[in-house]
Design a binder for this molecule. Structure first.
Ligand code: AP5
Length: 218
C-alpha cells in the first residue's frame, strides 16, 4: 500500500493512518510526529521548526523535503501511509520526484472530510500520550482513568498547538495551502477517493478500504 491521507487538522489522519499501516504492514510516515520528536530532542531541525508549529503555520518546504526524503528511501520500501505530507504543491512536486526516483508509484489519495465544528471539538478534546503515542479524546475516546494512559500509565498531555485560536488558524492554513492538493492529484493519474471522516473510527476505516479497492479496480 502506498497512499496519502489528506484532511484538515483533526480529520483523523493519524487515527486512520495508524490502523491502515498496521493492517497493510506499511510504514506510517507522519511529518507532524517527526517534527515534534525533533523539537523534543532539540535538534537543529526541531529548533528551526518550533516557532512555525507553535503558530500553526507550515514549516518551510525545504526542511520538510529534506526530512522525508531519507525516511521514505530507508523505511518505506514495503509500502507507506503518508500522514500530514505533502501539504503544499511544492511538497507534492518534491514527493513525485522522490517516488519517481525510487520507482514507487502512488496507489491513491484519501481525502477525509469533516466539518469545522467537529474538528474544533476533536482537537480541544485530544489527549496524546507523550510516551507510547496512544491518542485519546475526552469526548469521543476517553482513557479509563482521567489523564492517564491505559497502555503505559504515563500522564496524558495536550498538544501546544491544540488551543482554540491556533486550531482555527491551522484550519485556515489547511484551506489555503493544502486543500488545493485535492485538485492537484485529481489532475494526475493517481486515484483520489473521498471519505466521510465524521463517522465512527471503524466505519471510516472500512470506507477507506472499500473506496481504495474500488479505485484500484476501476
Ligand atoms: P500534524 O501533526 O500533521 O497535525 P495536523 O495535520 O494539524 O493534524 P492533527 O494531528 O491535528 O489531526 P489528525 O488529522 O491526525 O487527527 P487525529 O487522528 O489525531 O502537524 C502539526 C504541525 O506540524 C503543523 O501545523 C505544521 O506546523 C507542522 N507540519 C507537519 N507536517 C508538515 C508538512 N508536511 N509541511 C509543513 N509543516 C508541517 O484525531 C484528532 C482527535 O480526534 C483525536 O483525539 C482522535 O482520537 C479523535 N478522532 C479521530 N477520528 C475520530 C472519529 N472518527 N470519531 C471521533 N473522534 C475521532
Amino acid at each position: 500500500m502506498r497512499v496519502i491521507l489528506l484532511g484538515a487538522p483533526g480529520a483523523g489522519k493519524g487515527t486512520q493512518g495508524a490502523l491502515l499501516a498496521k493492517r497493510h504492514d506499511a510504514e506510517r510516515i507522519a511529518t507532524g510526529e517527526l517534527l515534534r520528536d525533533a523539537v523534543r530532542s532539540d535538534s537543529p531541525l526541531g529548533r528551526k521548526a518550533k516557532s512555525y508549529m507553535d503558530a500553526g503555520e507550515l514549516v518551510p518546504d525545504d526542511l520538510i523535503l529534506e526530512m522525508v526524503r531519507e525516511v521514505i528511501a530507508e523505511e518505506a520500501r514495503d509500502g507507506f501511509v503518508l500522514d500530514g505530507f505533502p501539504r503544499t504543491v511544492d511538497q507534492a512536486d518534491g514527493l513525485r520526484a522522490i517516488l519517481n526516483g525510487l520507482g514507487m508509484p502512488l496507489d491513491g489519495v484519501v481525502v477525509l472530510k469533516v466539518d469545522d465544528e467537529v474538528l474544533i471539538k476533536r482537537l480541544s478534546g485530544r489527549r496524546p500520550c507523550p510516551e507510547c503515542k496512544a491518542v485519546y479524546n475526552i469526548y469521543f475516546d476517553p482513557p479509563e482513568q482521567a489523564g492517564i494512559c491505559d497502555r503505559c500509565g504515563a500522564e496524558l498531555q495536550q498538544r501546544s498547538d491544540d488551543d482554540p485560536e491556533t486550531v482555527k488558524h491551522r484550519i485556515q492554513v489547511y484551506a489555503r495551502q493544502t486543500r488545493p492538493l485535492v485538485e492537484y492529484y485529481q489532475a494526475s493519474d493517481t486515484p483520489v477517493v473521498f471519505v466521510d471522516g465524521a463517522q465512527p473510527v471503524d466505519a471510516v476505516q472500512s470506507d477507506i478500504e472499500d473506496q481504495l479497492a474500488g479505485a484500484v479496480r476501476a
